[in-house]
Unconditional design. Structure first.
Length: 51
């Protein structure tokens, strides 16, 4: 995974997290572990409809 950037942002005032994969796929959730598992499972779950 070297050289590829993945990101999880937290929006203050809530429990929502926004994850962005290096491939451009995005996902919103509340569980940090679930979000990291989704990011590191690339490409599983990174369908075109999620972009």
């Amino acid at each position: 995974m070297s050289g590829r950037v993945v990101r999880i942002d937290w929006t203050p005032g809530g429990d929502r997290l926004s994850g962005t994969c290096h491939c451009g796929a995005k996902r919103v959730g509340e569980d940090p572990a679930e979000m990291w598992n989704w990011l590191f499972a690339h490409p599983a779950g990174h369908d075109e409809e999620e972009r």
